[in-house]
Design a protein around this ligand. Structure first.
Ligand code: SF4
Length: 231
């Protein structure tokens, strides 16, 4: 827990003591608000993983082998968010380790970064059977944990890989073809959608567009770092 959160909790405790002194011993607070308050606290990635536990919050738990939580630099500037684990990821418990993962590694290296320097996660943490698309209720169940990971890592920029990632993060129904290559905002963090590496394996002619999107990310990171150095 950071210093600011500790201060807030200590002030809250003092205020509750004051109310107690006035004879007020309970507050009308709904369960939802209480849950939100707990969620609004920034957790470490280890705490998010612990909270997730042996998750059975959606039906994907029935067919998964492993929960694929995510991996990489816990303080990454750049985060990649894909759709969900596939066969290899489900077996190994790591994101993007199959053929699409190898392509993602090359995409990351194209802007002179390594997998260890970025953080990689998915919209859902359990493999959808037969690699089908994740369903809305599954995305909804898993989303709070992804948001907690984002809150914990505090990346400056997120690359949303593919339709489900871009649509979920940006809360839109727009198609990836319309969304890709543009910068959006998610709670002060930049989001740039691009095609999913698995789509690129099936449509290699679209790789050029992804390289262009990656150049934009590199440019943004470069400009942003320069601004920070001047401050
Ligand atoms: S996909 Fe997410 S919410 Fe569903 S069981 Fe797996 S970890 Fe839990």
């Amino acid at each position: 827990m950071d210093e600011h959160s500790r201060e807030m909790i200590s002030e809250l405790k003092a205020y509750l003591e004051y109310l107690k002194g006035m004879g007020i011993v309970s507050l009308p607070i709904s369960e939802n608000i209480a849950e939100e308050a707990i969620r609004s606290e920034t957790l470490t990635l280890a705490e998010v993983r612990e909270e997730l536990g042996d998750c059975k919050r959606c039906k994907l738990h029935r067919t998964r082998r492993t929960i694929v939580f995510g991996e990489g630099n816990e303080k990454a500037t750049l985060m990649f968010i894909g759709e969900g684990p596939g066969y290899d990821e489900d077996v190994q418990g790591r994101p993007f380790v199959g053929k699409a993962g190898q392509l993602l590694t090359k995409i990351i290296q194209s802007i002179d970064l390594s997998r260890e320097e970025v953080y990689i996660a998915n919209i859902v943490k359990c493999r959808p059977p037969q690699n089908r698309n994740p369903e809305p209720d599954e995305i909804e169940s898993c989303h709070p944990f992804l948001m907690e990971q984002i809150d914990s890592i505090q990346p400056k920029i997120i690359c949303a890989l593919g339709t489900f990632s871009a649509q979920t993060l940006l809360k839109t129904d727009a198609k990836i073809t319309a969304l890709r290559g543009k910068l959006y905002d998610l709670k002060g963090i930049k989001v740039i959608p691009t095609y999913h590496p698995a789509f690129l394996l099936r449509n290699p002619e679209r790789k050029r567009e992804v390289w262009e999107d990656m150049k934009k990310i590199a440019e943004w990171l470069n400009n942003n770092n320069k601004t920070e150095e001047m401050e």
